[in-house]
Write a protein that binds this ligand. Structure first.
Ligand code: ADP
Ligand code: MG
Length: 299
């Protein structure tokens, strides 16, 4: 394509909220035949809410949430924010001025959860891996709650107090309304869709099924997202990565085309070649169509 055609393409993109950072991005985008999607905040709305709480200890749900929220209030994770919001709702009328119990020895364990001492109790909140790494037994009852959450495409969060499971929360973060249609349009364009997530396999498979995605990679770490992209490139695919999180930035850089959700973190937006300002998944199709029009018309 001529420089003028590229400029026109980039300009048309901008009017539709598709920010293309240079001609190389547009050129690579016209060859894309595989798209790797982050799950949370990319395929899903990214505003998780607590939908179920099951307690296994003789304590009130208020006392339970007081401890969990205190442990989570220092975490940036969207699940942590959901827990704190939920706790405020059930504990206090004065959501602005509520203060949580004092926390000691807070540790955030990336991809697994949090750990802290609250009211002289050691509290852990996170996934199965977190509990296993701390030798905490997961009862059959707790396993059942987790399995049911996963079946419903929700994420189960285990909470332990002084080494014993005290409760399980189910967190719901539904698919974006356009996700399924976009995946099906991409399929008709002969573009393969893959989902990667740090979430567990059960939840990941349920969400992927809802979206119509057949290939899933769950329990991923940030560097494994980038490795996955490179593996696909090595097997001959031209790969686009779509993500919103700090965790996604290595993969956004590795991909032939990194696409960031406009509502995502600044780090993801910086790492990307194309920014979807309206945060719509449909704009992925617009970007690729535009690239094809630009590069297939004038040679
Ligand atoms: P993702 O954002 O793709 O779900 P992460 O790697 O951030 O992946 O987290 C993986 C999993 O670790 C989450 O699904 C959740 O089960 C658990 N986790 C991470 N951070 C927290 C937290 N602050 N509180 C509870 N669980 C957490
Ligand atoms: Mg995300």
């Amino acid at each position: 394509a001529t420089p003028t055609a590229v400029m026109v393409g980039t300009g048309v993109g901008a009017t539709q909220g598709v920010l293309i950072k240079g001609g190389q991005a547009l050129e690579s985008a016209h060859k894309v035949n595989c798209i790797v999607f982050d799950k949370t905040g990319t395929l899903t709305i990214g505003k998780p809410v607590i939908v179920t709480t099951k307690l296994f200890k003789n304590m009130s749900v208020q006392d339970f949430y007081e401890l969990v929220a205190a442990a989570e209030v220092n975490s940036e994770h969207p699940i942590a924010r959901a827990i704190v919001e939920h706790a405020k709702k059930i504990i206090t009328e004065d959501e602005q001025n509520h203060t949580w119990p004092e926390v000691r020895d807070f540790v955030s364990i990336s991809g697994h959860g949090v750990k802290a001492i609250v009211q002289n109790k050691e509290i852990l909140a996170g996934n199965k891996k977190l509990m296993m790494d701390h030798n905490i037994a997961i009862s059959v009852d707790a396993e059942e709650v987790l399995a049911e959450a996963e079946r419903l495409a929700q994420t189960g969060i285990l909470v332990s107090l002084d080494g014993e499971i005290a409760g399980v929360l189910a967190v719901s973060d539904p698919l974006k309304p356009d996700a399924k249609e976009v995946i099906s349009i991409l399929k008709s364009m002969k573009i393969k869709s893959i989902m990667v997530t740090g979430d567990n396999w059960g939840t990941a498979n349920s969400i992927a099924r809802q979206a119509g995605i057949e290939t899933v990679m769950a329990e991923a770490q940030p560097h494994t997202k980038a490795t996955q992209v490179k593996d696909l490139q090595n097997s001959g695919y031209t790969v686009a990565m779509v993500g919103d999180g700090i965790n996604d930035s290595p993969a956004l850089v590795s991909a032939d085309v990194g696409m960031a959700i406009g509502a995502g973190t600044d780090i993801a937006i910086e790492a990307a070649d194309i920014v979807l300002m309206r945060s719509n998944l449909e704009d992925i199709v617009i970007a690729i169509d535009l690239a094809k029009k630009t590069f297939n018309r004038i040679r």
